[in-house]
Design a protein around this ligand. Structure first.
Ligand code: MSP
Length: 700
């Protein structure tokens, strides 16, 4: 039962955030966890900022699909549901999801209110009885107009749809369209990201908003219409109202009604991009009909994709989040999801990317900083935080960076840009590691320079305090461990302390501690992850391939080299076989090359270039002649990519160019460099660069 508002909560500002309610027709996969992890990071952040947060999640338990799945499992529907709900709640516990309430649409607090709402809307004339004819997708529980079908199939999932004709209740949507558009105009931030708003207006509202079918008679697992019980409330009206029934709307209990008044309207609904339509068109209209205020924001995030596209049971490419959590821990998975995929965009899950993030960011950057500092405190300062002496320029620079990261991170959290918020924190972590190298505390200790040593070690402890406070929404476990290890009190770790430097009182003990995150063996983990994800064992999938096969562009550059990614040259003139001019260097099964030093690598000049022109070379079916803008010059490069790209596809692409290769002639055409591409199994994709990187920028 939902809790009523207690007195102590009432003087805080409120923040109400929701996830979609998940279909418990099956276990959830890592894609579902993505929304919930993102919402949890916001809920935790807002609590830390002093808000009285209401974080709601739950399950959408009605509909034909659920009924069918229970039948298949040979169980009564409720028994089937209870088992999956227990599994889902256990998943959220393991992922440290700090939800305040979990609504099940089969609970009386929901069903009773939906029944009443339905009656009221019929009485008001917003819902009327009519005949339904149309195309229905059972897995998506969606009706589609003929013109919306793609090749006669469901435009969302691509599966078969069936023609149905039955008597149904309809919601008179058209009545509210003008008010809806007015709301969009007056609340420019209502639909996020912005691009989704135009999609809604152009695809659904402008062509004429159809009345929505809100009841079905062909199955009975649902909430029955009171006055006409052969009708079951069609699942979206049932599902969407969870956001108000969970917090007490329509309750007979005055305390719960007060709760509703306190938290509604929601500050943000987090949802995946494919259900934006329901949340920004139908849901606001239902609320208007009920005379209720509309939510402040609906954020439609992108999809987490596998290298062969969307996750789906039939493709056998779903990852069980529990297996990932078991292997890497919940913090690592939370971090990966929020760091790797810019919120709002699609992103690809690859084993390589996961292992890199964990090794580089968590084990190397963060883990090392915490561990090295504690170890040095033990070696040089008797395990205590020393008192600082006067700051020098190098100390002040780190102090300034740490303090300025705080408002940057806060601004990015307000914009729900988790990846950027994490980057703000990582800038400080990396600078702090460099500061250790630059100030060399071991040398200060050897020289007996206690004042400098004290300042350096104290500065490091303060920086660790600051970044740990900031990291709490993302890494709830690791941050608690650091607070304990560094003996930090709640007063020293409150958000308000982030405005000042020098909060820790010197003299406290710090435990030497264990490394926060283990460093993983790349090859071993990739093998294990491929087994978990059902990918081909031993296949080295590049991030570029994954994005290409998922048909999605990623906004960040491909991860750095030692991932096992095979980044090969798309025109390697000096290595080209005379019979195969300009073809990509062989990637398949390529053996590893001997190690080189950074000096050797730095002899290669790599720059960002933008392809301005591309044309075929007569009688050379593998070659394209490219004119590439390097900022201060246009370079001609001949590239062996003609079998993979049409010339016109390349115009405007930002690529990585090797600019200091000796010129060569290929089929009589001069080539003054080459461009990088990833290739495997006869599949090739250029290594591209985000658009905002200027032409000529150095790649290193
Ligand atoms: N029951 C409806 C939502 C009703 S909300 C009033 C539903 N359920 S769902 O279980 O199919 O999906 C729940 C959420 O998971 C959706 O927001 C969907 O976008 C999200 N995701 C499902 N697969 C996903 C990925 N692969 N990646 C990211 N999010 C994904 O729709």
């Amino acid at each position: 039962m939902a809790e009523a508002v207690t007195h102590s909560q009432t003087d805080k500002p409120t923040f109400y955030i929701t996830t979609p309610i998940y279909y418990p027709n099956d276990k959830l996969h890592i894609g579902h966890s993505y929304t919930t992890v993102a919402a949890d990071a916001v809920a935790r952040y807002k609590r830390l900022r002093g808000y009285d947060v209401m974080f709601l999640t739950g399950t959408d338990e009605h509909g034909q699909k659920i009924q069918l799945r229970a039948q298949e499992a040979g169980k009564p529907v409720m028994e089937f549901l209870d088992e999956i709900i227990a599994w889902i709640r256990d998943l959220w516990d393991r992922l440290d999801i700090s939800y305040d309430d979990f609504i099940r649409t089969t609970e009386p607090r929901h069903t009773k209110v939906v029944e009443e709402i339905f009656e009221r809307l019929i009485d008001q004339g917003d819902i009327y009885l009519g005949d339904y004819e149309g195309w229905y997708c059972t897995p998506c529980e969606s009706f589609w107009a003929e013109r919306e079908l793609v090749d006669g199939k469901c435009p969302d999932c691509g599966r078969e749809v069936k023609f149905v004709k039955e008597q149904s209740y309809f919601f008179r949507m058209s009545k509210y369209v003008d008010r809806l558009l007015e709301y969009y105009e007056q609340h420019p931030d209502f639909i996020q990201p912005e691009s989704r708003k135009n999609e809604m207006i152009n695809n659904f509202i402008k062509p004429g908003l159809q009345d929505l079918c809100v009841s079905r008679t062909s199955f009975d697992w649902g909430i029955h219409v009171r006055r006409d019980p052969k009708h079951v409330v069609y699942v979206w009206l049932d599902a969407l109202t969870n956001y108000i029934t969970a917090i007490g709307y329509g309750s007979d209990d005055p305390a719960l009604r007060a709760k509703f008044e306190r938290y509604w309207p929601a500050d943000v609904h987090f949802i995946g991009k494919e259900i934006v339509r329901f949340h920004v068109i139908y849901w606001p209209i239902i609320l208007m009909a009920l005379g209720l205020p509309l939510p402040k924001k609906v954020y439609g995030h992108g999809f987490l994709l596998m290298k062969d596209g969307k996750m789906s049971k039939s493709k056998g490419n779903v990852i069980d989040p529990k297996l990932l959590i078991e292997r890497y821990g919940s913090d690592a998975i939370r971090y990966f999801l929020l760091r790797e995929i810019p919120f709002g965009q699609d992103g690809v899950f690859t084993p390589e990317a996961l292992v890199e993030r964990l090794n580089f960011d968590l084990a190397n950057d963060l883990g090392n900083l915490i561990h090295r500092t504690a170890a040095m405190l033990h070696r040089f300062c008797g395990g205590e935080v020393p008192a600082p002496a006067a700051r020098e320029a190098v100390d002040q620079a780190l102090v300034d960076l740490a303090l300025s990261a705080v408002p940057d991170m806060e601004a990015h959290m307000e914009e729900l840009q988790f990846s950027l918020a994490l980057q703000d924190i990582w800038r400080v972590i990396r600078a702090a590691n460099k500061y250790i190298d630059d100030t060399a505390p071991w040398a200060l200790n050897r020289e007996g320079n206690r004042d400098r040593l004290g300042t350096v070690m104290y500065t490091l402890c303060e920086v660790i305090r600051i970044i740990t406070i900031l990291l709490q929404p993302f890494l709830p476990r690791a941050t608690q461990r650091v607070f304990e290890q560094y003996n930090l009190t709640p007063e020293e770790t409150a958000w308000e302390t982030l405005r000042e430097f020098g909060v820790i009182r010197p003299g406290r003990n710090v435990a030497e501690g264990e490394p926060l995150f283990p460093r993983l063996d790349v090859a071993e983990e990739i093998k294990a992850l491929e087994a978990l994800t059902g990918a081909r064992a031993g296949a080295q999938t590049t991030a570029a391939e994954a994005q290409a096969s998922a048909g999605q562009a990623k906004s960040e550059a491909a991860p750095a080299a030692d991932s096992g990614d095979q980044v090969v040259a798309a025109a390697a003139p000096e290595r080209a076989n005379p019979a195969d001019h300009g073809a990509p260097a062989p990637a398949e099964g390529a053996e590893h090359k001997p190690q080189i030093t950074i000096d050797t690598f730095s002899q290669v000049e790599l720059r960002v270039g933008q392809i301005r022109e591309a044309e075929r070379i007569p009688k050379a079916d593998k070659l394209l002649k490219l004119q590439i803008d390097l900022g201060d010059e246009i370079r001609q490069v001949v590239s062996g990519i003609a079998q993979y790209y049409e010339p016109e596809q390349l115009i405007g692409q930002k690529v990585v160019v090797v600019t200091n290769l000796k010129p060569v002639k290929l089929r009589g055409v001069q080539s003054n460099g080459m461009i990088l591409a990833a290739s495997q199994d006869g599949h090739l994709r250029l290594v591209t660069v985000p658009e905002d990187m200027p032409n000529g920028a150095v790649v290193k």
